[in-house]
Write a protein that binds this ligand. Sequence first.
Ligand code: ZN
Length: 776
Amino acid sequence: MLASRFVAGRCVGIFRNVYRSHIRTHLITFAEKRFESTLSAPHSVPLPQHHNNHLSRSFSRSAMASVESIVQQLQGLSITPAATVSHAAASSPATWREALEQSSSAPKSFELIKTIVYKPKTAKTATPVPLVVVAREGTDVISGALGKKLNLKEPRLASEDLLTEFFSLDKNSLSPLALNEQTFPKVVTVIDNTIESASTIFAIRGLSTSSTIFLTGRELFSYIKRLETQENALHEIDFEALRTDGPAASATTPAKKEKESAKIEGAAQIAIGIKKEVDFAGWYTNVLLKADMLDYYNVSGCYILKPWSYSIWEIIQDWFNKEIKELGVQNAYFPMFVSQSVLEKEKDHIEGFSPEVAWVTRAGKSDLEEPIAIRPTSETAMYPYYAKWIRSHRDLPLKLNQWNSVVRWEFKNPQPFLRTREFLWQEGHTAHLTKPEADIEVRQILDLYRRVYEDLLAVPVIPGVKSEKEKFAGGLYTTTVEGFIPTSGRGIQAATSHCLGQNFSRPEMFNIVVEDPNDPTGQGKIYVWQNSWGLSTRTIGVMVMTHGDNQGLILPPRVAAIQAVIIPCGIAAKTSDEQRKTINDKCEELAQQLKKIGVKAKADLRDVHTPGFKFNDWEQKGVPLRLEIGPADLAKQQTLSVRRDTGIKAPIPLAQLTTVVPQLLETIQSDLFKKAQDNYYSRLKEITKWDDIVPALDNKCVVALPWCEEEACEDDIKERSGQSSEPQDERAPSAGAKSLCIPFDQSRWTPIVPGQTKCPACSKDAKRWTLFGRSY
Ligand SMILES: [Zn+2]
């Protein structure tokens, strides 16, 4: 840890450039995302009601006009649509389906048609020839394999600009009906070969988000097929066969291809737009943005915590405050500035941080006489005052905690919550008369950290002690709870509780000393035993990574600001105002009932949004439980519950609501934990032979080794396991395995026989089972 920090410090100049260009990419991506979300959620800014009505009326008038002309054109080709439907603007497949299901004029059963446009790679000067894919909703379109088959280079999802240029439509209005004598020759068109013979009716966008035309597969096929010429063929593709042949075909550059297909397949089918299993870093960023947890900030490596994530931190604060106060800890606050002389007092300690310390060197136009550091942690800021305040053994134990932010000017790639230049945490600093007393507290606090993760965030962790190399610089020993991110196969230090020993209280350091109450001569002195312990907003990132899926965030009920959202459903254009009011009132009434028994409930009565939009919105934000109420539910005196974690739907009689909902929330909480724990444990590999280590790491596992506990061996393991590893994700540091912790509970593994069990790395005698892994 120390070594890598120094390297980062020395190479600041080089890193800075890399870093800047990386950040720029980030911002551009973000700008695009914002653009996308404006397009896909046109109603996200609530307009005054009358204004909005006016807009949608005039919009649907023009939409209807275009539908009429399309229908006329189809009739000219002897095609009569099974139905045409105008509906509320629907920007996603889910809301589209929902709008159609609510319409009385839509067929009882239908399938959606998706139209995806790609831009194959071409020379900058060449005119692009877009690839238009017309497929059934459920068809898996693998662009890489498709490009290979058609001999088109690296097809990527087309930008909105390209769609406008070729079709004058946005991606949600586009459909095969935009293909005509003018557009067809300019593009390459592919049709899913199962469409022609399908017996179902297909829903096709009427070139707007608010109108739909229903055609048979045969009709749709013939509509496009007639445009075919000698020069421009219609490609009928068997996507199922393409999918099966796919992996072999894309073996040349797997990482790159995987990333592409992550985006492309995702775009049409999953809310987050990037698949968690394929581009984890991209997925993570998208989840945070779409769940409205975070925003980027104009100082790189810093982020804004929005209410949806800050509320989680508040819940952790409330719980943790209550627990530490039971232990006699009091909250206080120390300034964020540390003078240079004090900061640099403990040499090992400062060596651990110095490359990352941010300094204030100027005030207004004048340089400061002595630069002032912004705390990277507060040991050195606080302890001169501990020396002043602790006059006698009766002043012990002194137990203070502060909730604050610290700054570590990292030059590694930032990642929200996991690695940021400023982060929120609590830091506890305590002083004790004896080592046993300090030891006990170290473990009490560590167990509170374990409970924050396991009981609140439903994230399993393994408590243990750090190796000498990985311990807190300047401390005596460090205990840790180690988490694990299955998707990346990396360990993550979740929180640490350190015993500093007497390193900081020594006379040449801060000289925190009391008379020894047990020395009969009255001359004996005791340098106090100190601990420090910290838990940061990293908790939130680990939770998101552990539970989230391709629909977005999944919040464990105990940390959710909203645990149950109640959504009125089944309200159609023909619903009377009175019926609408009855349903809305019922939703509000249920929310009040639940709030009364301590469930954080909310009725979502926003009338500018369809139920489908709301479902999607709260799913992305990870609300654990959704309750739907429609006229039919009301008649049966029930509500339909839908679990965010499993999607399982079950009706709940309204009379039992206040008993069933709290139970269900508890079940969700424990199921999430169980699932994450099973996942973690299944990736913990007991390994006794060197040759098995790297394959296990490459298989996204953490390895437990019977280890000699020697630092040189640890360095060697890191180096040797790093050499043979795969190319790494650019945002994930350190490819070699380092020691994560020596678990307190050794009983999970085969007992180590002293003198017989050998360390698989150096063949010396093994001491304890130690977890090694790639890590954050
Ligand atoms: Zn060894």
